[in-house]
Design a protein around this ligand. Sequence first.
Ligand code: SF4
Ligand code: SF4
Length: 57
Amino acid sequence: MVKADKKICLRCSGCVAVCPQSALKLTEHGIECDPDKCTKCGICVRFCPVGALKLED
Ligand code: SF4
Ligand code: SF4
């Protein structure tokens, strides 16, 4: 799954839009990842303009 650094994230929703699995959503707590949907493809990590996303187990 993917973790977003809340201190860096701009809440632009770009990662939500590019995820092919619809695994990300923007909530009041920031970007949240559904580990059952995420395939760890890394597309969102490469897309994020401020480097706020990290792949995790
Ligand atoms: S693309 Fe980056 S800055 Fe934009 S919402 Fe996602 S994690 Fe935050
Ligand atoms: S790593 Fe891939 S599947 Fe997982 S949240 Fe990012 S874009 Fe979606």
